[in-house]
Design a protein around this ligand. Sequence first.
Ligand SMILES: Cc1ncc(COP(=O)(O)O)c(C=O)c1O
Length: 376
Amino acid sequence: MRKDTVVVAGGRPDHEHDAPVNPPVVLTSTYRGTGELDPADRTYARLTNPTWEAFEDVLAQLEEAPCPALSYASGLAAITAVLTLVPVGGTLVLPRHSYQGSVALAHTWQERGIFTVRTVDITDTEATSAALDGADMLWVESPTNPMLEIADVPALVRAAREKGVLTCVDNTFATPLLQRPLGVGADLVVHSATKYIAGHSDVLMGAVLCATPELRQRLHSQRSLEGGIPGPFEAWLALRGVRTLAVRVERSMATAAELARRLEAHPAVAHVRYPGLASDPGHERAAAQLQGGFGSVISVVPHGDVAAAERLLTDLRVWTPATSLGGVESLIERRRRHHDEPETVPENLLRLSVGIENVEDLWEDLRAGLDALADR
Ligand SMILES: Cc1ncc(COP(=O)(O)O)c(C=O)c1O
């Protein structure tokens, strides 16, 4: 099945007479059972839940993983789980521009003496490969949050394999529709399912996909012990969101490409970062690596200071000034309002998450704000 069918057809109950077409929300904390425990037994709801299983099956089909995904309470819970695979005293190689929560978490663990963080410019393949010497895990984001840089994912994964380093790709921005890191040899993929996967800004959830059943088993045992699990209703909402993933991504990407072009030509805009623009430094790599489009996030640096950028946000009517991305509604945010966003991200950079509204309404709203900025 093609991916736009998988999102609709995957994770459904068997085609039996009178079966519901949707998986039920299974609200239970425990399962009936007697006698010797079998590893396949459901046993207790911290270990598994049928509603998660439906979600985990679809995600595995989308990422072309050999075994089901693992659901977590949030993207950061999924990231936490993966980072525990770095041994105590080990080394994590981390892009300087990654989701700021991943960076903050890794640094917290470094401060506690658990592992060492080596920060890299992930677009610099040679320097990143050199930083892998003696490391235990390579963290990849591509496109990066919020700079939208594109890493050479196949080359980095190859370099990591040669040096016996595990690779994990945070595939939240690209979604499994545009990029399937396991296919180029990555060991792990994480998602903030809160974003495109669930798609409606109404639920937090995360997921991990593993290249081998052994890795999955390790993480599953750990998840069962640590308990960073989602509720069944959250998993059901995320699965319901997956049903429209392909049409949402297609629509928002087409709008993002158009808005990026128009933004680039506006006199109040100093710089636009969007891998779909021919002028973008990541364009060639993105064209080679991302299948079917360039994503729906745009970063814009307007002329003027921070106050001007903030004023632009308050002038908007269709766009919502809020953090997060990947929902049906368009969001815009000045990223450096987060104190832990690195100083290499321009202070007035605005990250736009393009939703599925009409492109002209989105443009007119932005253009009015930018015109006002240009006139000041
Ligand atoms: C790329 C990326 N990864 C992970 C996360 C964390 O996900 P969550 O908010 O679901 O914990 C985010 C959140 O913004 C993100 O943008």
